[in-house]
Design a protein. Structure first.
Lengths: 162, 264
């Protein structure tokens, strides 16, 4: 039977996931504060809250091993695009797809079932975020269906070494 | 009864009654091989087979749910409930479910099991058939089909998510969730179509009051919660005046497609 609690190797992966979630939280919070997203700014603010909830849930699972600090390289690389109304939605859509790919790789890598269950539930929310952001980007669920329904092939999962 | 207050006389009376009852039961017991006396004759109970939840069981159940979804979209198409963009979306979703079913069937066989290629019989009888019956009587069959699709896609995603920690093989967990995340994207897309003005629910979130929704929560959102939920999914269907709410739950112990059920 697989272990229930995170193993030491799991904790390292989950700590990285928390850093990515905190970077996403700060990016979406900054975007909402700057008013991007048109009529959907409130949804942008709620997505920030979702990433905060994900980071807190990971923290609850790994305790003092949680870094409680964002992945700054991710935040810095995306910040300007998130603050510009023209580039926000597509950049945010790319970020959510990147997080889905990242967390899916974790689901396959984690030994402990509590960690895999938590990350799977985060994947579910972030895959939905991607579809919602496709709407905000003005894409059509019919003619641009792939943008709603799949992770683009060129999206690369984040890794702790990146 | 307090043992400290049990008098010797009462103790003897109670003991005598026990012996008498035992003698009566023994006399009526016949020739039971188990040694336990019983009244009358009854056939020996048939033992239920051991139903172990293996990775194969989970994959077969997931496949069966894909066939439930394929069935619903086919039924909606045959009945002519959908047209235009809604029909195109449904067609795409059905094609995705066929791909998912092929993928989970392939994973089942790779795990040493026999693939299941039919709708989940229990979910078909308790959810799908009653829901389609209600839609047939509905004043708005198009809206009801989209609502049912939203609920079914949410349920499908939740099922994969639910099964992730139950799978022993880590690689299978990732493969399963890779399909599950596509199911919830279907649901999110439908949520955006059904409730375009509010994509992400603020229910339960610690957000500033200016970002909160006013009024009651909708049944439809592209993103209803901060995490994928395993709670029952509600959908309300049927004719005006007698709308019925159906609660859909992820396939659990009594609706899994165990291998021992093959051929029954």
């Amino acid at each position: 039977m697989p272990p229930r609690r995170p193993t030491p190797a799991d904790i390292e992966l989950l700590a990285f996931a928390q850093q990515a979630e905190l970077a996403a939280r700060d990016l979406f919070a900054a975007a909402a504060d700057s008013g991007v997203g048109g009529e959907h700014t409130a949804s942008v603010a709620c997505i920030a809250a979702h990433h905060d909830a994900a980071s807190q849930a990971i923290s609850a699972l790994i305790g003092r091993s949680a870094p409680q600090a964002r992945l700054d390289s991710l935040f810095v690389a995306s910040r300007n695009a998130f603050l510009n109304d023209d580039s926000f939605a597509i950049s945010a859509w790319e970020l959510e797809n990147t997080l889905v790919a990242t967390h899916l790789s974790l689901v396959s890598a984690l030994d402990g079932t509590e960690g895999s269950a938590l990350v799977a539930s985060i994947v579910s929310a972030e895959a939905r975020h991607a579809a919602a952001l496709a709407v905000i980007a003005g894409l059509s669920p019919v003619s641009d269906a792939d943008a709603f329904l799949t992770t683009p092939a060129d999206i690369v999962a984040l890794t702790p070494e990146a | 009864m307090d043992m400290q207050n049990l008098s010797r006389r009462r103790f003897l009376l109670a003991g005598g009654a026990t012996v008498s009852l035992g003698a009566l039961v023994s006399a009526c017991g016949g020739s039971s091989k188990s040694g336990i006396a019983r009244v009358g004759l009854a056939p020996d109970p048939a033992n239920l087979p051991t139903a172990e939840i293996t990775d194969v069981t989970l994959l077969r159940t997931a496949t069966s749910l894909e066939y439930n979804a394929i069935f619903v979209y086919e039924a909606a198409k045959d009945a002519g409930y959908l047209s235009g963009d809604a029909a195109k979306l449904a067609s795409r979703f059905q094609a995705d479910h066929k791909e998912h079913a092929a993928a989970t069937a392939s994973l089942t066989e790779a795990a040493g099991g026999q693939a299941f290629t039919d709708p989940n019989p229990r979910l078909q009888s308790i959810y799908v058939e009653p829901a389609l019956g209600l839609i047939a009587e509905s004043d708005d069959p198009t809206g009801d089909v989209l609502a049912l699709a939203y609920a079914l896609e949410t349920l499908a995603g939740a099922t994969y998510q639910f099964y992730v920690p139950m799978m022993r093989d880590k690689a299978l967990r990732g493969a399963a969730m890779g399909i599950g995340e596509q199911e919830v994207r279907h649901a999110a897309t439908l949520g955006a179509v059904l409730n375009p003005s509010r994509l992400v629910s603020s229910q339960g979130l610690a957000v500033d009051a200016k970002w909160r929704e006013e009024g009651d929560a909708s049944l439809f959102y592209a993103v209803p919660s901060a995490f994928g939920t395993l709670a029952p999914v509600q959908v309300t269907l049927g004719p005006a005046g007698s709308r019925t709410t159906v609660n859909l739950e992820t396939p659990s112990l009594n609706s899994m497609v165990y291998e021992y059920l093959d051929g029954e």
